[in-house]
Structure formats: structure tokens, C-alpha cells
Ligand binder design. Structure first.
Ligand SMILES: NC(=O)c1ccc[n+]([C@@H]2O[C@H](COP(=O)([O-])OP(=O)(O)OC[C@H]3O[C@@H](n4cnc5c(N)ncnc54)[C@H](OP(=O)(O)O)[C@@H]3O)[C@@H](O)[C@H]2O)c1
Length: 295
């Protein structure tokens, strides 16, 4: 599958470099000996990035700000959490400068109810994929399902404060995928040959209800944590103003559709990496401290 090629010597530009996936992609690429350029809008973030990464300041909403980072790069890891307006101009710029792009998308094409709830993020991802395809640039699309790390944002505050997680849809099933596996697949496809045109739906190895996921975290902490069912309306009221409304709508719709539906599980992580995807249990053990300290 693999093989050394020119991508190994030209730097890879990692966007979303300070984010959950991009930050680990940087480590993976550096470990593989690949020169890395890291993009951030915030020059002060350079202090949080590895010294071996060359940090560039740039903003996806200001396409020309990307030029210094793109000049002389071989590939780009594209993470898009910005508003959609400048996507076309940015993708054109990428194609003019580099040979390959790996895009962090989502499984919006997967015919499982969990992934088939209409939402603006899916529309944006589909649009960016179309823009990339239209340029003819070498591309790979990475489509993770629910990140394992979502559970930190969702449940860590309650677990730090007590022994009860109140949440809707306890019986909704998903197969959380470890962020490290997502990043490892991205890094592999960025710097090795054999993955151009690849389209990978990445999931964890097993379907777990939300209640079972809380149990897994409790076991990692050596504690008992109760899951108390809350109504979707109550959830909406609590999270309104903290999380964008389309994201709340999408989550509630996905969980509602996933009650009693075993999650979609793929072999893509193992197919690309040659190692089994990390179990949610492993993720919880490795991140247990984050449920007890800090934010
Ligand atoms: N969470 C899930 O379960 C899930 C599942 C499937 C797909 N996804 C997709 O994964 C992506 C998010 O990845 P993530 O969680 O690793 O990211 P993240 O932790 O949310 O971080 C966002 C990153 O985007 C950068 N960024 C934001 N606005 C920017 C702009 N205007 N210009 C340049 N950079 C900008 C930020 O960098 P600075 O602040 O340093 O500039 C930061 O590094 C989204 O597209 C999401 O739809 C998520």
C-alpha cells in the first residue's frame, strides 16, 4: 500500500492544526519524518504546537492569507469549521499550489439513519467535496463518525460535578472513533502513496448505547455514574446558546434515529493502518484524568 514518494519530502500544510484531529496529525507526520506546516489564525497558538512544526498564520475566510503557507507545500490536510463563503476560493488556491488534499468530512453518504439526518454541516462537507473533485487535484476523503472526544465536551462537566449524567436518548447507539485513529489515517493518506481517490468512513470497533458509553467512562474512573434520561426539549433548553442550534438539531435527530439501531461499524481504520481501531474503553482509560481535572 505505502511507499515513499515526493510527498515525503515536501511539507504538508495542516489546517485545523490547533484542533482535536489536526493537532494529532501534526505529531503523526513529524513522527514519520514529514516536514509540517501548521496553520492557525492565532499567532499565540504557536506556543502550543511542536517546535518542529513551522507555524503560519492564516484564515480560511481570507483566502489570500494562505499563500505563504501554501507556497512550496506538497499536500494539505483540510479541516473546515469556518463559514462556507470562501470555500470555493480556498479550494481553488489549494489546487493551484499543492498536489494532494486530504479532507476531513463526515459520513453524510452512508445509508444508516444516524448519518442521514439533514444538517448544514453535511451540506457544507458535500459542497467542499464537489469543489475538490472539480479541481482534479489528488484527493482523499476521511469521514469519521462520532469522535470519542465528544464525550469530554458532553459529559465531563457533570462527571466532575457529581455522579449523574443527565442526557437524552440513553438507548441511542453509536460507534465512537478514537481521534488518534482518525489522525493516523489522515497522516498516512497525506504522506504515503496508494490512497489517492480513497474515501474512508471511519468508526470505532463496536456499537455502544450512550448509556453504555457513560458506563465505560465510569469503569475507567473506578466510579459509579448513573445515566438519567432527560427529554429532548430539556436538552435543547440547556444547550441553547452554548452549541449552535443546527448542531443541537442534528445531534437530537441522529440520536433519535439511532435508538435500537446498531451503529454502522467499518473496517476502514484497520484497512488503512493495519491495526485494529482503538476501543472506546481504551480511549476512556487514556483520557480518564480529563474527566476529573481541568476543562
Ligand atoms: N465531532 C465529531 O464527532 C465530528 C464527526 C465527523 C466530522 N467532524 C468534523 O471535524 C471537523 C472539526 O475537527 P476538529 O474537531 O479536529 O476541530 P476543532 O477541534 O473544532 O478545531 C477547529 C480548528 O479549526 C481552526 N479554524 C477555525 N476557524 C478557522 C478559520 N476561519 N481559518 C483557519 N482555521 C480555522 C481552528 O484553528 P485556530 O483557532 O487555531 O485558528 C482549530 O484548529 C469539522 O469539520 C466537523 O464537522 C466532527
Amino acid at each position: 500500500m505505502g511507499g515513499v514518494n515526493q510527498m515525503d519530502i515536501l511539507p504538508v500544510l495542516v489546517t485545523g492544526a490547533t484542533g482535536r484531529v489536526g493537532r494529532v496529525v501534526i505529531d503523526q507526520l513529524l513522527d514519520a519524518g514529514v516536514p509540517v506546516r501548521a496553520l492557525t489564525r492565532r499567532s499565540e497558538a504557536a506556543a502550543t504546537l511542536p517546535a518542529k512544526a513551522e507555524v503560519f498564520t492564516g484564515d480560511l475566510t481570507v483566502p489570500e492569507s494562505l499563500d505563504p503557507a501554501l507556497n512550496g507545500a506538497g499536500a494539505v490536510f483540510l479541516v473546515w469549521t469556518a463559514p462556507p463563503r470562501t470555500a470555493e476560493a480556498v479550494v481553488e488556491r489549494l489546487a493551484a499550489h499543492v498536489r494532494r488534499v486530504v479532507f476531513l468530512s463526515s459520513p453524510h453518504q452512508t445509508p444508516h439513519p444516524f448519518f442521514q439526518q439533514p444538517n448544514p454541516m453535511a451540506v457544507l462537507h458535500a459542497d467542499i467535496e464537489r469543489l475538490i473533485a472539480a479541481t482534479g487535484i489528488e484527493s482523499t476523503i476521511i469521514r469519521p463518525g462520532m469522535f470519542a472526544s465528544n464525550s469530554l465536551a458532553w459529559w465531563a462537566p457533570a462527571i466532575r460535578a457529581g455522579d449523574v449524567v443527565r442526557w437524552p436518548y440513553s438507548a441511542a447507539e453509536s460507534a465512537p472513533v478514537d481521534d488518534r485513529d482518525i489522525a493516523a489515517v489522515a497522516a498516512r493518506t497525506l504522506h504515503q502513496g496508494g490512497y489517492v481517490g480513497g474515501d474512508y468512513v471511519l468508526t470505532g470497533p463496536e456499537s455502544l448505547t450512550l448509556a453504555a458509553q457513560v458506563d465505560v467512562i465510569a469503569a475507567a474512573l473506578g466510579r459509579r455514574i448513573a445515566f438519567e434520561e432527560m427529554s429532548p426539549d430539556e436538552f435543547r433548553g440547556l444547550w441553547e446558546g452554548t452549541v449552535p442550534r443546527p448542531a443541537i438539531d442534528m445531534l437530537l435527530a441522529a440520536w433519535s434515529a439511532a435508538v435500537g439501531q446498531p451503529a454502522y461499524v467499518t473496517t476502514a481504520v484497520a484497512d488503512v493502518l493495519g491495526t485494529a481501531p482503538r476501543a472506546f474503553r481504551q480511549w476512556a482509560v487514556d483520557h480518564a484524568i480529563a474527566f476529573t481535572k481541568g476543562s
